[in-house]
Design a protein around this ligand. Structure first.
Ligand SMILES: CC(=O)[C@@H](O)[C@H](O)COP(=O)(O)O
Length: 255
């Protein structure tokens, strides 16, 4: 069970809704992923304007919790405005704070992310800030009252996987709210690695929407996240420098 503030979910996969080849593929991918949380950019929120094309039109929105994100915001003030716009639509009180500080890397602006997180918590939102894999910043966000911490694996859309597993594991160890690895996941192996490190969930978009077969990849990600979680719960064996026979020879009757 994944608990974010007052919300509870069975699935640990959070899925983005952008960049699919078409809305039918998007619908099928979302369905096979078994995700319960869909994220979308508030600035593309035509879903609240019936006269405009709706980029979630094929999805049965009753079945999902919507996690609006503030992508495109470059200041805390803009992010707060986007969040309020989303809440005014009455869909969900959750908000993914995404304040980009660098156009080349799309890495988050730590100062503006902190400010926006603080403000939105005061306003009563369930706040999930997207952050870099900075251990101290993650702690500061939790101290402010963030309901989940979302460190990036690597730059958004890069598909590079987890660049700094050490930092990620420090964040996971020190954090009491859910840690959801967000951005840069490229393959099911990356998603499983995040879960094996002890992450509570994974948010991804490009790895599925831009795959050759997004529907198959959505299913692969679902299975990888489940497998990674099971592996984490089971507890992996320690790595050793030397071999140990898998079939012990002691006490055998045949010499
Ligand atoms: C959809 C969304 O919120 C992205 O900003 C997110 O960070 C996913 O990144 P990837 O596309 O790298 O999975």
């Amino acid at each position: 069970m994944l608990t974010i503030g007052k919300h509870q979910f069975q699935s640990r996969l959070l899925l983005g809704t952008g960049k699919y080849p078409n809305f039918d593929v998007q619908k099928q991918a979302v369905e096979v992923s078994d995700t319960e949380i869909l994220t979308f950019t508030v600035r593309r929120m035509n879903i609240f304007e019936p006269s405009q094309p709706n980029f979630l039109e094929k999805l049965d929105l009753e079945k999902y919790s919507l996690l609006p994100n503030t992508a495109g915001a470059k200041t805390a003030q803009e992010a707060v405005r986007h969040a309020k716009l989303a809440k005014a639509s009455g869909l969900c009180d959750m908000i993914k704070v995404e304040v980009i500080g660098c156009d080349k890397t799309l890495l988050p602006d730590p100062v503006e992310t902190l400010k926006a997180t603080e403000e939105l918590i005061k306003e009563g939102f369930t706040v999930l800030p997207y952050t870099s894999d900075d251990v101290v910043l993650a702690r500061r966000l939790e101290e402010l009252g963030a309901h989940a911490i979302m460190p990036g694996a690597s730059p958004i859309g890069s598909g590079q996987g987890i660049i700094n597993p050490l930092n990620l594991s420090f964040i996971i160890e020190q954090t009491s709210v859910p840690v959801i690895v967000d951005a840069g996941i490229g393959s099911p192996a990356d998603a499983a690695q995040a879960m094996e490190l002890g992450a509570d969930g994974v948010l991804l978009n490009t790895a599925v929407s831009a795959a050759n077969d997004p529907v198959k990849m959505a299913q692969a990600m679902k299975l990888a996240i489940e497998a990674g979680r099971l592996g984490y719960e089971a507890g992996r064996i320690p790595k050793k420098r030397s071999a140990t026979a898998s079939s012990p020879m002691e006490g055998l009757s045949i010499g």
